[in-house]
Ligand binder design. Sequence first.
Ligand SMILES: Nc1nc2c(ncn2[C@@H]2O[C@H](COP(=O)(O)OP(=O)(O)OP(=O)(O)O)[C@@H](O)[C@H]2O)c(=O)[nH]1
Length: 306
Amino acid sequence: MSWTDLAKNGRILVVDDAMENIQILHHALREEHDVLFALSGEKALEIANQQQPDLILLDAVMPGMDGYEVCAALRASPRARDIPVIFVTALTHPEDETRALEAGAVDFISKPFNVAVVRARVRTQLTVKRQADAMRELTLTDALTGVANRRSFNETIDSEWRRCMRAHVSLSVILMDIDHFKLYNDAYGHQAGDACLQQVSAAMKRCAMRPSDLLARYGGEEFVLLLPQEEQEGAERVARRILDEVSALHIEHRSSSVSHHVTVSMGSASMKPGPESSPELLIRSADTLLYQAKASGRNRYLAASF
Ligand SMILES: Nc1nc2c(ncn2[C@@H]2O[C@H](COP(=O)(O)OP(=O)(O)OP(=O)(O)O)[C@@H](O)[C@H]2O)c(=O)[nH]1
């Protein structure tokens, strides 16, 4: 993909209390982009959080919530804080420009619009956003399996923990480890080991159905599945599915003492977040259960609520 392509097909939210301005910007951008619009700051926040546009063109002066307030609210929202904002305004003082940049805007466009300038600035910011997205994706993904990495898991469990605490619901964690994987590597070679990790993680991923479920590679041959808003019973259903899916892969493992094919052991812990508990405690509990599952014969899960 070329740099020019990076700036194409963006989803742009235009926020202005005057329909006429929205129409001009829509006209200027519609050929290359998908244009959404909002006539107020409040509506803009709703759309930004729900539809996550790639870029927001934001009018500074609006009745009700003005552009500066919208920008501050966007920066405080976990779902919208990375969306770049270009301020669009008839205000021309350097102080206005400074205030917009300080509020978190990445650029500034003056009214009346020059369509070529609007298009060029939008392209630049979309390119920067796409590059930043790609970099972020790389830092949060495990290169071998393509699933989330441990860093991504750590970030996500913290925010899901807080979300489940606010909602007074449980969350579950399943820690999973391939049985006798050292012996597998010894018997079939490291490359076959890598391929096995890829197949097993893909099978695990198929078992995590909800959009908020997160599968991550936790260590070498250890994976972790985060199941927000899930109690022990639901987590056990998922663990059972994983046992079946991995078994159905029929990856030969001659040296395993458990089975002729690759199997996994799991520890599943569920907890309702509260002052006495923490994400670390949840993971530690799952780890203890995984250890017990290994000690009691492997190719199984053990589950508990705390
Ligand atoms: N092929 C491959 N092997 C890996 C990778 N990461 C870790 N391993 C191997 O995974 C093996 C883990 O071995 P152990 O921790 O002893 O556990 P195990 O052999 O699975 O035994 P149990 O967990 O007790 O069933 C080690 O031999 C590591 O070299 C990887 O990315 N690719």
